[in-house]
Design a protein around this ligand. Sequence first.
Ligand code: NAP
Length: 328
Amino acid sequence: MKAIAYTKYGSPDVLHLKEFAKPTPKDNEILIRIYATTVTSGDWRVRSLDMPFGFGLISRLVFGISGPRQPILGTELAGEVESVGKDVRNFKVGDRVFAFSSFGMGCHAEYKCMPENGMVALKPPNLTYEEAAALSFGGTTALDFLRRANIQKGEKVLVNGASGAVGTAAVQLAKHFEAEVTGVCSTANLELVKSLGADRAIDYTKEDFTKNGETYDIIVDTVGTALFSRSKNSLKERGRLLLVIAGLPDILHSLWVSLTGSKKVIAGPADERAEDLRFLASLAEAGEFKPTIDRRYPFEQIAEAHRYVGTGRKKGNVVITLEHNNKK
Ligand SMILES: NC(=O)c1ccc[n+]([C@@H]2O[C@H](COP(=O)([O-])OP(=O)(O)OC[C@H]3O[C@@H](n4cnc5c(N)ncnc54)[C@H](OP(=O)(O)O)[C@@H]3O)[C@@H](O)[C@H]2O)c1
């Protein structure tokens, strides 16, 4: 099978199309023929090892000290089950599925095996493969953080960076939980953020949300510009600040803030649960959640997709499409 591989960390030029043996599913696994995948901010971070302050060494321990241990990037996929292991009960050949491989990566390939009890679920029928491929990275992250904050109906939620993969998901999910949502984004993305259901959109080039006197129950920071020191006065008493991206010192500081005050800071990697994938799929099927797709690139142009993602300006998700002769 074809895959996009890299053997050293660096610019998108380290990525090359390479031939690998087609994987064979173990007894408890399904083999997925991949029709669509994505390039996420996570792929860009792991490829370049451009990590938040304090995570350089930890990242090398996780992903490979001198070079990548897993040569194939990619955390999201959508496709069709081509074969199943002998113990598989929940999926059958021909099922249309989407999956999230997280730190395991390996989705920038024509095929991938996933354990049937892993992060894999049936594709919502009303979503294209491209849309389904983009369901999980931003969706599971936003969902996990909002749940850790115990979001309640009627609460005021501000999403800083409302136009990114996590931000576009956070706006839609907070609306699903019946919160009153404000999105912070650039001028060009105001309409997008409102179209996702935000009650209000603040243009960060014209207005500083920390200085307008408004206060929120929950602030979600997906950019790294709303640390506690800056946004604490915009949090209500018992407010929660969700640091989706933060350096190690800020995460340690968040523990201290949460222990000593009424306002809480929640940070660190998002948890992944297969049931969250199924929840996102059910919301998508009900028309309450739809991944925002910015650009699409063919598989062979994945390095270009990495270059675009690396600008930090994408709107929602960047999708990669794969051609198979027998695509249904
Ligand atoms: N904790 C976890 O488990 C976890 C999981 C997933 C991702 N992350 C991290 O979360 C961060 C966000 O991920 P993502 O995939 O959503 O990123 P992304 O899609 O690349 O975010 C890009 C968006 O951010 C907007 N943006 C840039 N500067 C901004 C600013 N100052 N204020 C408001 N918006 C701004 C950009 O639009 P404009 O430039 O036009 O404003 C663009 O739409 C990344 O750093 C990622 O590594 C953490």
